[in-house]
Design a protein around this ligand. Structure first.
Ligand code: PMP
Length: 418
């Protein structure tokens, strides 16, 4: 008898047999409101009929057309279509399968293109579990401890986490940018720094949107020092925050490299980096490739995802439903002192739990998350201390489903910590 690794931590006891929209169903037919979306992946909902039809068609036509052996139509079509949603100038794509692999690709490209070694990341970052990406990850020691030595050349600057810093957004930005300048002055000389990697909304690190001004500050320093600005939009991209890319809320310019995955293909494994052609061409020949990158069925899923996002107006819809969710969760938190901060951007909303002295309270967060699961609302925790409960439903979520989730959340809070 063989078993699943006991190290996989299960957030809920549910064994899913079917998914439809924002719902999952178990073998007994019990329905769960899924506000995890497979960690922000099923952007168009579980088994959107257009994604299902497109992938069924593709699976019956060509499953695997390995992209350094042959090209295939879905890959070429997707590359063209992504041009409609990518920021100006980022017109060249390289595909892999997971977020971590795409981060690795961005890292290789940044080092090749600049001839520099160092990378600056921001406190609380999550960029993946592969060894290079883990070296860029500072969301918690659980992602790093015991696997070292990790890749050297990574410096950590502060992220403008206003709530934790006890500051306004503006003060937090000033603090973080001063910290970044300090890193350039003390730890990673500009001429040795290849890139800054940043999530426009900290994901695993606690669902913290970067306040206005931060990304502009990074862009300015990137230009001044000839350092590449790499935005990891693996979790925040593809409409989730109510703009197609989260950086579009604030940044006046564009990144040098954009990393995307998760919502891109509605649940099929696909990720990509986008960069200007001239930059991408500076990657060394042979440094890009892979067996599964740009899988034909995944590309078909991504094409259907783009169609659904456009035809159903899901980006403005995510903005509107996100506002509704944020308002509902703020109302719940107003009556419960342990729910210390509610924040988010679009459909990426978190509630941070703290004790009376302001210290992180992961126990309360996990109790409420479990109680919500018992009530039929699936949620995940995040944050360095595991004391943030995050909600990230599929972009197709309706106002009624938001209200149902807020009511279940309110009940979960009432029966546990209120
Ligand atoms: N970057 C970010 C911002 C992420 O949220 C994640 C996954 N949570 C990754 C990278 C890694 O993606 P994957 O798990 O697909 O390797």
């Amino acid at each position: 008898m063989s078993h699943l690794s006991p190290i996989l931590r299960q957030a809920t006891p549910v064994v899913a047999v079917r998914g439809e929209g924002v719902h999952l169903f178990d073998a007994a037919g019990r329905r769960y409101l899924d506000f995890t979306a497979g960690v922000g992946v099923t952007s168009t909902g579980h088994c959107h009929p257009r994604v299902v039809a497109a992938t069924q068609r593709q699976a019956a036509t060509l499953v695997h057309g390995q992209y350094t052996t042959v090209l295939h139509e879905p890959l070429l079509a997707l590359t063209e279509r992504l041009g409609e949603v990518l920021p100006a100038g980022l017109d060249t794509l390289f595909y892999v399968s997971s977020g971590s692999e795409a981060v690795e690709a961005a890292l290789r490209l940044a080092r090749h293109a600049t001839g520099r070694q160092n990378v600056i990341v921001f406190d609380g970052s999550f960029h993946g579990r592969t060894m290079g990406a883990a070296a860029l990850t500072t969301a918690g020691t659980r992602f790093r401890a015991g696997i070292g030595p990790l890749m050297p050349g990574v410096a950590v600057a502060p992220f403008p986490y206003a709530f934790r810093l006890g500051m306004t957004g503006e003060q937090a930005v000033e603090h973080a940018l001063a910290g970044l300048d300090h890193v350039f002055a003390t730890t990673s000389a500009p001429e040795e720094t290849a890139a800054m990697f940043v999530e426009p909304v900290l994901g695993e690190g606690g669902y913290v949107p970067a306040p206005a001004g931060f990304l502009d500050g990074l862009r300015e320093r990137a230009d001044r020092h000839g350092v590449l600005l790499v935005l990891d939009e693996v979790q925040s991209g593809f409409g989730r925050t109510g703009e197609f890319w989260a950086f579009q809320h604030h940044l006046r310019g564009v990144p040098d490299i954009l990393v995307t995955a998760k919502g891109l293909a509605s649940g099929f494994p696909l990720s990509a980096i986008a960069a200007p052609a001239e930059l991408m061409a500076r990657a060394r020949p042979g440094s890009q490739g892979g067996t599964y990158g740009g899988n034909a069925v995944s590309c078909a899923a991504a094409l259907a995802t783009l169609d659904v996002i456009r035809d159903e107006g899901l980006v403005p819809h995510a903005a509107e439903q996100g506002r509704r969710l944020l308002a509902g969760l703020r109302e719940v938190a107003a009556g419960a002192p342990g729910l210390a901060d509610v924040r988010g951007l679009g459909l990426m909303v978190g509630t941070e739990f703290c004790g009376p002295d302001g210290s992180p309270d992961p126990v309360a967060a996990q109790r409420v998350q479990q109680a919500a699961a018992d009530l039929g609302l699936l949620l995940l925790t995040c944050g360095t201390h595991g004391n943030v409960v995050r909600m990230m439903p599929a972009l197709v979520v309706t106002a009624e489903q938001i209200d149902e989730a807020v009511a279940l959340w309110s009940e979960a809070v009432r029966v546990t910590v209120a």
